[in-house]
Design a protein around this ligand. Structure first.
Ligand SMILES: [Zn+2]
Length: 67
């Protein structure tokens, strides 16, 4: 299991398990929160933790229609 660890202060440290339900990004077009199934990106050599983001359903539809 992977988890994220954040130290809040000297007394509090938070660990949160990473699973297929608790990873999100912001849509690069409208800023809406988008659920990410991190399993889809495992092993993808083009995946960049800092640069990869996903469109929300609405913006994904609009982007596809604009092309
Ligand atoms: Zn969007």
């Amino acid at each position: 299991m992977f988890y994220v660890k954040e130290t809040i202060n000297d007394a509090v440290e938070v660990k949160v398990e990473i699973n297929d339900e608790n990873v999100f990004c912001h849509c690069p077009r409208c800023g809406k929160e988008v659920h990410v199934d991190i399993n889809e990106f495992m092993g993808d050599e083009d995946f960049d933790l800092y640069a990869t983001s996903l469109y929300c359903d609405d913006c994904g539809r609009k982007v596809r229609c604009d092309k």
